[in-house]
Design a protein around this ligand. Sequence first.
Ligand SMILES: Cc1cc2nc3c(=O)[nH]c(=O)nc-3n(C[C@H](O)[C@H](O)[C@H](O)COP(=O)(O)OP(=O)(O)OC[C@H]3O[C@@H](n4cnc5c(N)ncnc54)[C@H](O)[C@@H]3O)c2cc1C
Length: 344
Amino acid sequence: MTDVLKHENCDVAIIGAGPAGLSAATTLKRAGIESVLVLEREAEAGGIPRHCAHPPYGLREYKRVLTGPSYAKKLVATALNAGVQIVLKQTITKLEAKGVLTIASPEGLKKLTAKRVLLATGIRETPRSARLVSGDRALGICNTGTLQSMYYLKKMVPFRRPVVVGTEIVSFSALSTCKKAGIQPVAMIEENQRPTVRWPIHHATRVFAVPLFLNTRIIKILGKDRVHAVQVVDLNGDRREIGCDGVLFTGQFTPESALARMSHLELDYETGSPAVDQFNRCSDPAYYAAGNVLQPSPDSDNAISIPIYYTADNLPQPVEVAGQCWHQGRITAEWIADDLNGKL
Ligand SMILES: Cc1cc2nc3c(=O)[nH]c(=O)nc-3n(C[C@H](O)[C@H](O)[C@H](O)COP(=O)(O)OP(=O)(O)OC[C@H]3O[C@@H](n4cnc5c(N)ncnc54)[C@H](O)[C@@H]3O)c2cc1C
């Protein structure tokens, strides 16, 4: 593993060192592909599991229940043992035709040309700005991913008494992180009439001693320097304030497809993912996609995807478990290897 990109060309460049990217890289090396580079913008490889310090990860891949960080370490070790090269602190900023990538790193801007490129950039939660929540720009507002990386990777705590917005599975992962970090949320709010997670998981709010308010929407954040309250509204239009020192926005996942959006690749406007064919190949055949960045349309018959996260309207959410992304990375890599060998 290195922080310095020495290559100008390679057989396959993989953008993102999460479960999908690492399993694809390992499979490509095992299929005999000579130079396989994984490019990761963070200083550490492993993707989201690095900062999800809870189980269950790894059942499908390693037949064991692991926490996120031990799972991430195992994925990285497996890839390195297979001969994959992982280059850290490399942010891909532009995709061009014929596999030409622009990369920003501490060394400056570089270009890399790959015969094939795999987009494995994952997903992200919707932040406050995109949720159009008005009010003050105070300290103490973040998403689950930020909370978990702050606490598990840097031992920092952004608040002590936040309001948690959302009731998806990830919202309960957030509650578990809060408990570990000594944070006691004052409320969990959900704008729909029932929690997004399926029964009986939402009862976990009782275990965490967090009051759950349904039919309640956050409309304003108040606080000069740090958050001191949020204004919420219920179904009848009644407004009230909840005192708190932070706001934790959870879920509402969206594919991390900003790169594809700014490029020549076609997008699937229903899901926000790059548009792909049955081999997960994008509109430019030098590019493929796998993992959470790639979500099937709700009515798609894509056989390799079995979503387990649902929205309140019962639609599949653009987030899957790590094992599923790992599997998608693996089979997409087999298609890429076939393609390079003229067999696809
Ligand atoms: C809070 C939370 C809890 C979860 N808990 C579980 C669980 O208990 N069990 C389970 O199985 N699954 C769980 N999941 C889901 C699981 O973590 C994901 O499904 C899995 O990590 C997705 O893998 P991926 O490779 O598609 O993407 P990611 O893991 O998101 O990896 C994508 C990588 O791409 C990198 N990247 C993005 N853009 C660029 C760019 N432009 N240049 C360079 N690098 C880039 C990112 O830095 C990241 O490292 C959880 C998810 C969340 C958010």
